[in-house]
Ligand binder design. Structure first.
Ligand SMILES: CC(C)C[C@H](NC(=O)[C@@H](N)CC(C)C)C(=O)O
Length: 670
């Protein structure tokens, strides 16, 4: 750091307190909004699953592409401080737009609880999401780099700790918000009619973003603010372009080779700029294999969550929903980061091993590959258990329906016999349970639960299947004015046919009379089996991501810190695209095989990365820059010296000339 920090607490600049609190609130805002976004698309905007998923992923990808924009603006034009302020305002406006777009009362003219002008809500939410992507992505590389800027050159250890705490704040904020916003969404709210409260679920993240902005501004007087050094990115592009052109012009063997191809820019560009570009290119080259890590990492939210839907989420009396398993990642981050920093790394150091940042990142990649091997093993276990269940289902249901048909034939005239058409033969999606009723009575029966209505079931007929969530459910059966209740508990992913016997007596309770046939057993493989894979991927993340964040800062030249952070985040965006490409191209019939494929790809990439890392030499950009500046100053001194010498010589020559001329004059006079 070039400036001086006035206030320090325990050897840390006080200003970083505002930066980490800002990051905590911003991540709360981002992840909180993201947690309910797909549901908002589906249930508020009434989009189908495909459209909701594509827009969601497009938004996430955009959030990792915009950092480039923010970094260029910060490093070349506004500086990090102003860029963070301006883009945070854009971000907060986006969040407010989302919250407003989710108020159904605004267009609910007929007051039936549904918006009447959907275009208004769609347009406002899309504008909101675009502003959020611009804001969150734009400030992301700046906040991390700005935090790093607050430390002096000799505060390497403190800066490393800062990046760990920074990562803890990311995960603390995201953990809290992914727990809180779904609860807020589940509340009912509205002026004219009550609906699920998406406006509150978006409103609280919007408020947190405003808090983030205010906290950041409050710290204003304490920050070290590095001045932007002109349009650096344009200079970089021009310099690289010139080096390539010049190299091409001098391709013939008659010209002596230069140490580095960038040295071909020396004719026109400053040596310092060339050295800085070399530093950035070296790091960017090293980044090439990194997206593969994110390809595996980001499947937590997709493939792993889908895997959890085929598992049993009962942890004693606590029921964990499949998507809630994702919170294991931030929880583990909060425990693993301090353990790594205060126990594991010092222990490795004590053993005399030099566990360099690039070695840590390599180990991080291997851990992620191990996580996917664990996921494959769990998948095999699920597949085996499903095969057994299906076998059970086929054998038991054959016997069962043979029995039912006998009853039907006995009680029901052929015109009343309704054929069974849509038997479920595979597990219901998303951990739901598929339920249907068979009415063995001579009168029609109506069956309902708060979440679904099976409709009027004619005598000797079947209802359609209804999908219901896990937990205790109470069915109400009606026949004319008589009713009774039947309760039962459901697990995850089962299918049941409930048989209403002809002898059913309506009363307060018909618990004993109804018989249940378990067509498909509930998921038997426990969700806890996913914990090892979460553990390995998170340990990998700590070694890879926390280290990578700090590495990207420490190896970047002073005028391109944010740009290199953006390069780091760009690897996340590419990783997300690879998921789509590989999953599309590979189209493996078995999910476990896809997991093994991803694990193998990462091991291969990790091998390449370790070779690249072996040839990388760590640098201290500040030292190199200082050296160049010193050389320039020395050159300046030399030049000054030479100039003075020349002046003296010229004066001497002039005086000689004058003497000569004087002599000549004298001679002519004589
Ligand atoms: C790509 C990452 C650097 C993004 C980072 N994510 C995390 O720290 C995750 N462990 C959070 C979890 C809730 C998915 C971030 O900055 O958000």
């Amino acid at each position: 750091m070039a400036g001086t920090i006035n206030k320090e607490v325990c050897g840390y600049p006080l200003s970083i307190f505002f930066i980490v609190v800002n990051e905590f609130c911003e991540r709360f805002s981002y992840y909180g909004m993201r947690a309910v976004l797909v549901l908002y698309f589906k249930y508020f905007l009434r989009w189908d699953d495909d459209l909701a998923t594509s827009i969601y992923h497009t938004f996430v990808a955009l959030c990792y592409l915009t950092p480039i924009l923010g970094a260029i603006v910060a490093d070349s034009w506004l500086g990090k401080f102003k860029t963070i302020i301006y883009l945070s305002i854009v971000y907060a406006i986006g969040q407010v737009a989302m919250a407003v777009s989710a108020i159904h009362d605004i267009t609910d003219t007929d007051r039936d609880g549904t918006p009447d002008n959907m275009t208004f809500h769609v347009v406002l939410s899309m504008v909101g999401l675009f502003l959020i992507a611009l804001g969150t992505g734009g400030i992301k590389p700046c906040v991390a780099a700005f935090g790093g800027d607050q430390f002096s050159d000799h505060q390497d250890r403190q800066r490393r700790t800062f990046f760990s705490v920074f990562y803890l704040c990311i995960n603390g904020g995201s953990l809290l918000s992914t727990i809180i916003t779904p609860i807020l969404r589940a509340q009912d709210c509205g002026i004219h009619s009550q609906q699920k409260c998406y406006s509150l679920a978006f409103g609280v993240p919007a408020a947190l973003m405003l808090v983030a902005l205010v906290v950041f501004i409050v710290g204003s007087g304490m920050y070290y603010k590095a001045e932007p050094q002109g349009n650096i990115m344009l200079d970089v592009c021009k310099c690289i372009g010139f080096a390539i052109k010049n190299r091409y012009r001098h391709r013939s063997n008659q010209y002596p080779k230069r140490q580095h191809w960038m040295d071909w820019a020396e004719e026109k560009y400053d040596k310092l700029l060339i050295a800085q570009i070399k530093m950035v290119l070296k790091v960017l080259f090293l980044y090439i294999p990194l997206p593969m890590f994110w390809t595996l990492f980001d499947q937590k939210g997709s493939r792993w969550t889908l895997q959890a839907t085929t598992m049993n989420g009962y942890f004693g009396s606590l029921v964990i929903q499949p998507d809630q398993m994702q919170t294991v990642n931030p929880i583990l981050i909060l425990t693993l980061v301090p353990i790594m920093d205060s126990v594991i790394y010092p222990l490795i150091n004590k053993c005399g091993l030099n566990f360099t940042p690039l070695k840590r990142m390599t180990v991080g990649m291997l851990l992620a590959a191990i996580a996917f091997v664990c996921a494959a093993l769990v998948q095999i276990e699920i597949d085996v258990s499903r095969k057994q269940l299906l076998y059970l289902f086929i054998s038991s249901s054959h016997f069962y329906f043979f029995f039912l048909n006998l009853i039907f034939r006995k009680h029901c005239p052929p015109s009343h016999q309704h054929p069974r058409t849509d038997d479920i033969t595979s597990k219901p999606q998303e951990g739901n349970n598929a339920i249907r009723f068979v009415n063995g009575m001579k009168t029609a029966v109506n069956v309902s639960i708060p979440a679904a209505n099976f409709g009027l079931i004619e005598p000797f007929s079947y209802s359609n299947y209804s999908l219901i969530k896990n937990g205790k459910v109470t069915f109400t059966l009606w026949s004319g004015s008589q009713s009774c209740e039947y309760s039962t508990d459901f697990g995850f992913g089962s299918s049941y046919t409930f048989f209403i016997p002809s002898t059913l007596v309506f009363g307060p309770n018909c618990q004993e009379s109804i018989t249940a046939a378990e067509d498909i057993k509930p998921n038997s493989v426990h969700m806890a089996l996913q914990i090892p894979q979460y553990f390995f991927i998170t340990a990998g993340e700590v070694m890879f991501s926390v280290t990578g964040l700090e590495f990207s800062y420490s190896q970047a030249p002073s005028n391109m810190k944010a740009v290199l952070q953006a390069g780091w985040l760009f690897t996340v965006a590419i990783g997300n695209f690879i998921v789509l490409i590989v999953a599309e191209l590979a189209k493996l019939p078995k999910q476990w095989a896809e997991y093994v494929l991803f694990a193998s790809l990462l091991v291969a990439v990790c091998f390449i990365f370790s070779i690249m890392a072996y040839f990388y030499t760590y640098i201290d950009p500040a030292e190199i820059e200082a050296q160049f500046k010193k050389n320039v100053n020395e050159d300046d001194e030399d030049n000054k010296h030479k100039l003075q010498k020349t002046e003296v010589e010229m004066n001497k020559r002039d005086s000689i000339k004058c003497h000569d001329e004087d002599d000549k004059d004298k001679q002519t006079k004589m």
